[in-house]
Every structure is written in C-alpha cells, then in structure tokens.
Design a protein around this ligand. Structure first.
Ligand code: ADP
Ligand code: MG
Ligand code: MG
Length: 250
C-alpha cells in the first residue's frame, strides 16, 4: 500500500465540515481518478494530503507507506515523497528553472549527484520535447500555458515523488499541452513503485490513460467507486444521479 486514508474527515480552520469520513487506498503502481462537481471538496482533499494549514483533520488517519502521517506537517510529507501540482504555478523572477529544479531535487527524498541530475534532466527534456534554453529562463515568468505544463511535468519527473497528486492541471490546455501532459503521466506510470491521484474531468486525458480506480466525491462524501466505465457515465450523464443519492444528508 502506498496511501491509505481511513475514516478521514476534514474541516476548515473555522470549523466548516468539508470532507466526510473518506476511505481510499492507493496501492503502488496504481493511478486513481477523483471526480466530482464543483465545490465537492476535491481540491480540499488534495491539499489536505499535504497538510495545507487552511484545513484540519477532525477524524481519521492518513497512512503513507504504512506510516501514520496524520500529524506531519507539509514539508515532512513532501520529503516522504508526496507531490501536489499547482493549478496556477507561481512566477519567480530571478530564479532560473535550472536552479529551481536543482535545489528542489537536492531537498527531495532522492537528492542525486550533479552528474545523475544532469543525465536525468537530459533524458526528461527529450521525453517532453523541451529545449535546453528553457532551463535558463526565470521560473514560469512569461511562459505560455503549454510551456508551463511542460515545466510542471518536468518538475514532476525530476522530483520523482512516490505519490503524485494532479489537481485539475489540465483545464484550458490546447491539444499540444494535453499531449505533453499525457507523455509526462505515461512516463511517471512506468515506475510500478509509485502511484497517482488525478483530479480531472478532461476526457481527452482520462480516455487515454490507464486508470485503476475512479472515486466520485459529492458534497464531501465518496459516493461511488469503480473502474474507468464511471468516467464515461459521468461524461454522458453528469453527477445528477450521485447528487440525488447523497441528497441532504449533510
Ligand atoms: P472542488 O475542488 O471539488 O471544487 P473545494 O475543495 O475547492 O472543491 O471546496 C469544497 C468546499 O469547501 C467548497 O464549498 C468551498 O467553498 C469550501 N472551502 C474550501 N476551502 C475552504 C476554506 N479554507 N474555508 C472554508 N471553506 C472552504
Ligand atoms: Mg473547484
Ligand atoms: Mg478544485
């Protein structure tokens, strides 16, 4: 088991219940998808897995590689290999993409020597069809949507976390950027020791990925689970069936 979430409830710091008694297990080598209507709590779940201080655990536990991490702060969880992508990547003028990546990898669970770092970087640049010149540019400053996506995938593959959580990083992408994202995800999936949680409704992405399990979150409850057939059902019928099911019980 890579990630195990047990009877897990989360509230905002001002005590508004958001996630209710969630149970979810991601095994090594698995890719899971989390879907749900706007406001269901998907982003809250993703950021709670990294202990975002805007939220507090009100019940239950998170186990990561069989260790209880419920009480661990964000940096400790990140160091254990949990990665959360950002919906809106920050621009950092004055720091080149290269130095950003080098220091991020140095501070990761697997720091790499300079030589290992360069070799890995070169191979990933090739996979993502990224020019070396990008590395000299300031982090994300003036990058197009597609370039940001490439950089995000580059960051994911260089950091090589044990668990990658991608929170709707595919909204508003053009075809080229979607293909880059697919390449990055496919590459990440090669390592059967790792796992992924993808929050997405993008059919271009979801239809082309190997997906082990789909979880439907409605009003903070996981209301349905299944295989990739659930994705097509939601694409056709939306979430109404599930919303009726959860009703006003919360
Ligand atoms: P999703 O990602 O599924 O669209 P979110 O996780 O962003 O949903 O939000 C779930 C619900 O929790 C929403 O009703 C949102 O307004 C509320 N919420 C999220 N963050 C906070 C917060 N820090 N304080 C209070 N309410 C919040
Ligand atoms: Mg939302
Ligand atoms: Mg969200």
């Amino acid at each position: 088991k890579l990630l195990e979430v047990n009877n897990y409830s989360v509230a905002s710091t001002d005590d508004i219940a958001i996630l209710k008694n969630l149970n979810l297990t991601i095994n090594k080598g698995e890719t899971h998808v989390l879907m749900g209507p706007n406001g269901a709590g998907k982003s809250t779940f993703g950021s709670s897995l990294l202990a975002n201080p805007a939220y507090k655990t009100t019940h239950g536990h998170i186990l990561f590689e069989d260790e209880d991490i419920t009480a661990l702060a964000t940096d400790k969880r990140a160091k254990k290999g949990i990665f959360l992508s950002f919906q809106n990547p920050v621009e950092i003028p004055g720091i080149s993409l290269y130095s950003f990546l080098r220091s991020a990898v140095k501070n990761s669970a697997v720091p790499l020597t300079n030589k290992q770092f360069r070799e890995k970087l070169n191979s990933i640049l090739t996979i993502l069809d990224l020019k070396k010149e990008y590395l000299e540019r300031d982090l994300n400053v003036g990058f197009s949507g597609g370039e940001r996506k490439k950089v995000e995938m580059l960051q994911l593959l260089m950091l090589s976390p044990q668990l990658a959580i991608l929170d709707e990083t595919d909204s508003g992408l053009d075809v080229d950027a979607v293909n880059i994202m697919l390449k990055g995800i496919n590459e990440f999936q090669q390592d059967k020791e790792k796992g992924m949680l993808i929050i997405s409704h993008n059919m271009h992405i979801l239809n082309k990925l190997n997906i082990d399990k789909v979880h439907i979150l409605v009003k903070g409850n996981i209301i349905a689970e299944g295989g990739s057939e659930l994705i097509n059902e939601i694409n056709e019928h939306g979430f109404s069936r599930f919303e009726i099911q959860v009703g006003d019980k919360n």
